[in-house]
Design a binder for this molecule. Structure first.
Ligand SMILES: [Zn+2]
Ligand SMILES: [Zn+2]
Length: 390
């Protein structure tokens, strides 16, 4: 059987599992678990993979809900990544139930390709995507050693084979002032809240003169205790994002200058701590993206290689894509006016269009695995592009 016939077989395999995959997706959707607590999702996904002949390693990289499922042996080793964490209060408003289910569906269908041409198919369970950076830990702890290609899809409101993922890092800031009666003895107080407000003002001024793709945003988490007491403590949580690592480093310094300036002006003492996890920018491997695009388009879903209208934040897939060639296409499941991380997006993630997106994503991923295992020269091209871009 040649590659094209095999693609027809993997499509048939996924269609035959439509009911099972949709049930699995809805089950995860109905039992939302936030970052690093995805116990049920991880066990349902690995059970299904195990029933279908995969060997499972659970709790890899010191993360209880991370897993690696593998089938076959030798090269190439193609990994399909599953995310399955939900958002606090909002449930599956990022549609990770669809990502997880399409990944296992693709992995199981891709067994046919590995049986025919050799190679290894891996389904890697990557917990804690939402701001916890699960993949950052997994990259650092060797989860992707020996992996040749890493692919995942994400549901969205437009179809696109490549996306911009910004480098980003979180920042915790505190100011320590001195309490005083706000009316009787204001001259004796040092106002930690004013220092925080000054910092926001300085950042707002800075924002006019930074690259348009960069982002700085934050909230105040402590602004004092009572209106009649000069606030002795204030705290805030910020995120700084930039298109590349160098610009992120530059911006980080400029943002800290805003806080130190406010500390000097107010007399409050500044303490800050950058988040342990730093998201890398997403590198899109165009050779892979073109293969994926051709495959999904053959299913009747139009997908441009680039779409400048697509807005996107940051993803820990960025860190994976810096280590091995990867893609992170978006598969549309909702109209463009539906916002990600909204209750509406959560309901679409459990709808018929959500399931359709899941099935198309699974098919196109599995078909791309067929391309890779059947054509070693394509894997070479993918890797050459990756090396050139570094
Ligand atoms: Zn997401
Ligand atoms: Zn999200």
């Amino acid at each position: 059987m040649g590659a094209e016939e095999l693609k027809a077989s993997v499509i048939g395999e996924i269609d035959a599992r439509r009911q099972q995959l949709s049930e699995l997706s809805l089950k995860i959707h109905a039992n939302p678990e936030i970052a690093f607590q995805e116990v049920k999702a991880a066990s349902w996904l690995t059970e299904y993979l195990k029933e279908n002949g995969f060997s499972i390693e659970q709790g890899i990289c010191g993360l209880a809900t991370a897993f690696r499922a593998s089938y076959g042996q030798g090269k190439p080793a193609v990994a399909i990544l599953a995310e399955y964490d939900a958002l606090p209060k909002l449930g599956h408003a990022c549609g990770h139930n669809l990502i997880a289910t399409s990944a296992v569906g693709a992995g199981i269908a891709a067994k046919l390709a590995v049986d025919r041409f050799g190679g290894t198919i891996l389904v890697i369970g990557t917990p804690g995507e939402e701001m916890e950076g699960g993949k950052v830990f997994m990259v650092n702890r060797g989860a992707f050693d020996g992996v040749d290609v890493a692919m995942m899809t994400h549901p969205g409101v437009r179809n696109t084979a490549t996306v911009h993922g910004l480098a980003c890092q979180t920042l915790e800031v505190e100011f320590f002032g001195k309490p005083a009666h706000a009316a009787a003895r204001p001259a004796e107080g040092i106002n930690a809240l004013e220092a925080m407000i000054q910092s926001f003002t300085a950042i707002n001024s800075l924002r006019q003169h930074i690259k348009s793709s960069a982002r700085i945003h934050g909230i105040i988490t402590d602004g004092g205790e009572a209106a009649n007491v000069v606030p002795a403590h204030s705290a805030g949580h910020f995120i700084v994002r930039a298109e590349d690592d160098d610009y992120l480093d530059e911006l980080k310094e400029r943002v800290i200058n805003c806080f130190t300036g406010a500390a000097t002006a107010s007399g409050a003492r500044l303490e800050y701590k950058w988040g342990e996890v730093r998201y890398s920018p997403l590198r899109n491997n165009l050779t892979l993206a073109q293969l994926f695009r051709r495959n999904i388009q053959s299913l009747g879903r139009k997908m441009p290689l680039f779409d400048s209208r697509v807005s996107f934040g940051s993803t820990d897939m960025g860190n994976v894509s810096q280590l091995v060639p990867g893609i992170h296409p978006l598969v549309a499941i909702a109209p463009v006016n539906v916002l990600g991380h909204s209750p509406k997006f959560a309901s679409v993630a459990a709808s018929e269009t959500g399931t359709r997106g899941l099935l198309d994503a699974a098919k196109a991923l599995a078909m791309t695995v067929v391309d890779l295992v059947a054509n070693p020269e394509i894997v070479t091209r993918v890797k050459e592009e990756f090396k050139r871009g570094k």
